[in-house]
Design a binder for this molecule. Structure first.
Ligand code: NAP
Ligand code: G4F
Length: 351
């Protein structure tokens, strides 16, 4: 029997990689798409509804995590074997502007799905993956962070995700639902949203290289993150739901870099050497050869409370799931740069 997987947030970075992964595994995939006034399907281009070449099947369903009745109807209609809950207002800085909405989607949205699973009589059938996050560790209490590290969230986003994390644990313990939290550290790719720091840098620096943009305006470039490739991380999500017992797992590379390191590396690959001058909001990144200012600090990108340091220990996932990232940090950067250079070239040719 073909297994059915429901993916919420299918139009997002992870959703697009996971949908392809599940189709390659021969699943019937119900990809939940929310209604938007302009198309949100760019990451799913080339994925047509219906039976795929390998016999797997793709269905698009309209859904929104703020609507309980809609979620319940989808669960009742498809009776999925697996639900991957990736949908979220996922921008940490924006969560300070729309805290209530972020709580609705990222916190209560998870509850709505789990209640829907229970209400549809699927508690013993449907396995559930929750997209939890390293943002939960926030003001970190231990270095590196692992499953047992205490949480200390620092944003409305992380607080909403904390509610979802514990709801997932509670539904596992209270109702025996096979529910897992993937506590994922930052993962990036050419499909990453353009406002997140890595993609903002690869997109901006390649546009600068081709004369389409003058400079990059950045926030706190000394924040440190553990950056992996999204393709590896969706493989980890899949593995979590194929185990004999549900559990929570950290996925991380264990390597850490600052946004400043990322800027220097990307510009170096594009043949610029950044020299830093000044400090605080007056700091500037200058190209040694031309003397041009390539990077400026703009406080608009600062957050009211910041997460300065994230670095994960994924020993449990590596041991129990056999999870191992295929990409290195350098192959991630190369992948993003190659994509964004081609994009900037197309943009230039169209001008
Ligand atoms: P993303 O690119 O921002 O994708 C978010 C997805 O959620 C999009 O498909 C979006 O739809 C959808 N969505 C937003 N609000 C919704 C709503 N009210 N109802 C239904 N769908 C809604 O995020 P991502 O990077 O792929 O991350 C996937 C998940 O993992 C998120 O839950 C994120 O919080 C979490 N996470 C991400 C990382 C990371 O580093 N990427 C790390 C840890 C955890 P539209 O396309 O219409 O906007
Ligand atoms: O790329 P970011 O916006 O990602 P952030 O805040 O770490 O959140 C991402 O990863 C989380 C996992 O840890 C996910 F749960 C979440 O959904 C999202 O995918 O920012 C990374 C760091 C921050 O400290 C930020 O202050 O980069 C710093 N930064 C410096 N300048 C900037 C900028 N971030 C952005 N977005 N834009 C800047 O100009």
């Amino acid at each position: 029997m073909m297994k059915t997987s429901l993916v919420t947030g299918a139009t997002g970075q992870d959703g697009a990689y996971l949908t392809r992964k599940l189709l390659s595994e021969g699943r019937r995939v119900c990809a939940m798409i929310r209604r938007t006034s302009t198309s949100n399907m760019s990451r799913l281009l080339g994925l047509r509804e219906g039976t795929q070449e390998n016999g797997s099947e793709l269905r698009y369903v309209t859904g929104d995590l703020t609507d309980s009745a809609n979620i319940s109807r989808i669960l009742e209609e498809f009776e999925p074997d697996e639900v991957y809950n990736l949908a979220a207002q996922s921008d940490v800085r924006v969560s300070f502007d729309v805290p209530e909405y972020t709580g609705e989607v990222d916190g209560l949205g998870t509850l709505r799905i789990l209640e829907g699973i229970r209400g549809a009589g699927l508690a013993s059938k449907t396995r559930f993956y929750q997209a939890s996050t390293s943002e939960l560790f926030g003001d970190v209490k231990e270095k590196p962070q692992r499953e047992s590290t205490p949480f200390a969230p620092r944003s409305p986003y992380a607080i909403a995700k904390l509610y979802a994390y514990w709801t997932t644990v509670n539904y596992r313990e209270a109702y025996g639902i096979f529910a897992c939290n993937g506590i994922l550290f930052n993962h990036e790719s050419p499909l990453r949203g353009e406002n997140f720091v890595t993609r903002k840098i690869t997109r901006g620096a390649t546009r600068i290289r081709l004369g389409l943009q003058d400079k990059l305006r950045m926030g706190n470039i000394d924040a440190r993150r553990d950056w992996g490739h999204a393709e590896d991380y969706v493989n980890g999500m899949f593995l979590m739901l194929q185990q004999s017992e549900p559990d929570d797992y950290v996925l991380a590379t264990g390597e850490q870099r600052s946004a400043r390191d990322f800027l220097e590396l990307v510009f170096a690959k594009l043949d610029y050497e950044i020299v830093w001058q000044g400090s605080g909001v007056d700091e500037k990144g200058i190209d040694r050869k031309s003397g041009k200012v390539l990077v400026e600090i703009d406080p608009v990108f600062f957050r009211p409370t910041e997460v300065n340091y994230l670095c994960g220990d994924s020993t449990k996932a590596r041991t129990k799931l056999g999870w191992k990232p295929r990409h290195t940090f350098h192959s991630l950067v190369e992948d993003m740069l190659a994509h964004d250079l081609a994009l900037a070239e197309r943009e230039k040719n169209n001008n």
